[in-house]
Design a protein around this ligand. Structure first.
Ligand code: SAH
Length: 372
């Protein structure tokens, strides 16, 4: 996890720059209010303006006295990530690109699905990990996002919605490995879920997806959100090839042990994601091994047919192979869904985020069968 020094330097107090109110932790804002000798409830008022009303100008905080607004404006400003592009897919999905203060680009995806409207959030620019089937992995890690840059993605998405529409689900499945940036993710979740001044999302509608940082699963449980684990292979040999960085650290037996110990509330399940790669991990034998691996874990499986991207060496299995894999899981008593790919025409589907088309060949497993 990152330390609190991040937010201290962003207060501007060291640099003489105005501080960005959105970059402040609630505690830092309370301290600021205290330092200004204002009554403590003023911090909550400011927080509500920032998150519930999404104002962009301190002068819009109309329940602060004009003189207080002027004082605050001398010290601070509200600096949001600038939206510089939004790409609409023919299926209704929308990829949002934001330019961060340092010029890097963050991507998030709005996905309508029946009565649901899900926002897929990024936690890093690029990714710590090197999964060979993922375009983001090929970028390498540019940097971790700060908590306010994670929250900004939600604010930006809300700006796109009509007043009567609402986001129903938030999934940390965009660029990056959320558990490699857990401190910022936890701070963002506080702002997203606090009902009194934050955005009020129930943690039950928030899902964090990890490639498998086993020791940190307990921290996800502490946040009260849902857990998704990207399994993608049923043997260490294959997982070492597909997801080398993570599987060498936490091989399947350690990861699944952590999943077995994951505290679930009565109606909760661990979601296992399984990217289906033609001829690589989609055989009957893989399905049988998957059933065995998940025995004893209250779970459901999301099958994600591989989303191709420019330069990708893998192929998506045909529909028949996907259905066959699903039915093998279902016949063995597992709950298994096929995740319909959305937003692929704007490179907004799973594993397609990031603007670097090249895939590092050394990290890509050459498929041993199928039609690739
Ligand atoms: N690092 C996290 C979250 C980002 S990836 C994780 O690994 O879970 C989000 C999901 O997209 C993961 O389940 C991942 O396995 C899947 N994914 C990555 N690349 C993909 C691709 N090209 N096609 C389909 N799914 C992909």
């Amino acid at each position: 996890m990152t330390s609190k020094s991040q937010s201290i330097s962003e207060t501007g107090s060291e640099t003489g720059q105005p501080l960005n109110l959105l970059a402040q932790t609630p505690e830092a804002l309370r301290q600021l209010v205290h330092d200004l000798k204002w009554p403590p409830y003023r911090a909550q008022q400011i927080l509500r303006w920032l998150y519930r009303h999404r104002v962009r100008d301190i002068d819009q905080m109309t329940d602060l006295a004009r003189t207080d607004r002027a004082t605050l404006s001398r010290l601070a400003r509200i600096q949001r990530t600038e939206e510089y592009r939004s790409l609409a897919s023919t299926d209704g999905t929308r990829k949002l690109l934001g330019r961060l203060a340092d010029g890097l680009v963050v991507e998030s995806v709005l996905i309508p699905n029946g009565s649901r409207l899900t926002l897929c959030l990024s936690t890093q620019v690029g990714c710590t990990l090197d999964c060979g089937f993922c375009l983001t992995g090929a970028m390498g890690l540019k940097r971790n996002l700060k908590s306010h840059e994670i929250v900004d993605q939600v604010l930006m998405a809300l700006d796109h919605l009509s007043p009567d529409a609402c986001l129903t689900n938030l999934v940390f499945m965009g660029m990056g490995e959320p558990l490699a940036n857990l401190w910022a993710v936890a701070e963002a979740i506080e702002r997203l879920s606090t009902p009194s001044w934050g955005l009020g999302f129930s943690p039950r509608r928030i899902t964090i997806s990890t490639a498998g940082l086993a020791p940190r699963l307990k921290d996800v449980a502490a946040l009260g959100v849902n857990l998704a684990v990207s399994l993608n292979a049923t043997t260490n040999a294959l997982r070492d090839q597909l997801m080398p960085a993570i599987n060498r650290l936490y091989p399947l037996e350690i990861l699944l042990e952590a999943c077995r110990n994951y505290p679930l509330s009565p109606r909760q399940r661990v979601t296992f994601e399984y990217v289906l790669l033609a001829g690589v991990n989609d055989t009957d034998e893989d399905a049988r091994r998957l059933v065995k691996l998940l025995a004893g874990i209250r779970s459901k499986v999301n099958l994600i047919p591989f989303n191709e991207f420019p330069g990708s060496l893998y192929r998506k299995p045909d529909d028949w192979a996907v259905l066959r894999f699903q039915s093998a899981l279902k016949c063995a008593g597992l709950t298994a869904f096929i995740r319909k790919s959305k937003g692929a025409d704007v490179l907004g589907a799973c594993g397609q985020l990031g603007n670097q088309p090249a895939v590092r060949p050394s990290l890509v497993l050459t498929p041993t069968g199928g039609d690739c």
